[in-house]
Structures are given as C-alpha cells and as structure tokens.
Design a protein around this ligand. Structure first.
Ligand SMILES: [Mg+2]
Length: 201
C-alpha cells in the first residue's frame, strides 16, 4: 500500500504569500524562507506587515479563492489517487490551504493553523508540531505503508530523506544542485512516469 505525501505550494499550487504580496502591492511580503531562514522571525514579520496594512484573514482568503492550482496538478492527482493514497503535507495553514485543497479534489490535509482575533486579523500562528513533514512520514512507515514524498524546497528535504522514494518537483537551482540524490522533475507527465515506475518496482 502506497501513500504519496505532496507538498502544496510550489508543487500543486502557486506560492500563496507571493500572490498576496503581488495583489496587495506589498513587496515586503515576498520574503520567503530563502531570504529569512528563521521561520519564526519570518512569520512574525509577515503577521506584523499584514496588521500594519489592516489586511484580514478574509482579505487573504479572497485572494486565495481567486488563485488556481498549477496547470495539470488536478489531473495528476486524479490519476494518482487510483494507485496511491494521497496526503497533502504542507507547512502552510489550514485557513489558507483548505480552499486550494478543495479545488484539487479535497484530499487529506496535514498543516498548521492561525489564530484570528474578533476583527478578523491574524494574531498568531500555531505549528502543530516541529518537523511535522518528517515525523508524519516516519509514523506512516510504522503503519507499513510505502511512502513516496514530493516537494520543491528546503523544508521538504527531511521528508524526502525519510520516505522510501523522494522526488524534487520544480526545485530552484540551488536545491536541485545540493540534493542530487533525489530526481528533479519539472513536468507532471514526467512525475507520473516516475511514480508509475515506483508503483511497479
Ligand atoms: Mg513548497
């Protein structure tokens, strides 16, 4: 029995913070973990910027609802669900990710969550646990599943290492170069072929 754990942003949908930054015309929101490796600092900064600009969760959800999955993502998942259970494993937040996961076919979603005040502003983020991606893979392996993991960036590497089969999908050049042990794949058709091989190996 296979479970395929897929990262969300960059693999199935565009980057949410980048879309919010562009739509709201706030370039400071385009900073990512590549610019600020300390995730806690990065998230606190993002929340501060949102509140300084009076942006509510509702405003962000409106932007997210107008976003569409990456071209071919849904068709790929439609194919994959015939052969493998699907788990979307993301460091994003339920309040952001859920509408996009619905558009993709409403697969199981493991993520973090946000705390919202009575004005609808984001006041805090809660990590469900640290290293969630890696620990999820470990625990599912203990249940005797064979794990395929697909991710695009540094925060996916631990889960790729832990899985039986790790795949980089559309990684930036530096991630691709640093982790040559994982195949780097750029198109869904090729990803499908790669997973087909795993399923029949
Ligand atoms: Mg990603």
């Amino acid at each position: 029995m296979f479970i395929t754990c897929l990262d969300l942003e960059g693999v199935l949908i565009p980057e949410i913070w980048i879309a919010v930054a562009k739509r709201m015309k706030i370039p400071e929101l385009e900073i990512t973990t590549r610019d600020e490796p300390d995730y806690d600092k990065l998230m606190k900064k993002r929340i501060e910027i949102l509140n300084m600009n009076n942006i509510t969760l509702n405003d962000i959800q409106t932007i997210i609802k107008s976003m569409t999955p990456l071209l071919g993502a849904k068709e790929f998942l439609d194919w994959l669900q015939e052969y493998s259970e699907i788990l979307i494993l993301t460091d994003s937040y339920r309040e952001f990710a859920k509408p996009m996961v619905k558009a993709l076919g409403n697969y199981a979603l493991f993520c973090h969550n946000l705390e919202i005040n009575e004005e609808g502003k984001i006041v805090k983020y809660n990590l469900r646990l640290r290293n969630m991606k890696k620990i999820t893979i470990q625990k599912l392996k203990e249940l005797n599943f064979v794990l395929i993991a697909v991710g695009d960036s540094y925060n996916d590497i631990e889960m790729l290492k832990e899985a039986d089969f790790g795949i980089l999908f559309r990684p930036p050049e530096n991630v691709k170069a640093e982790y040559p042990q994982f195949p780097s794949i750029f198109e869904y058709a090729e990803l499908k072929e790669n997973i087909k091989e795993i399923l029949t190996s």
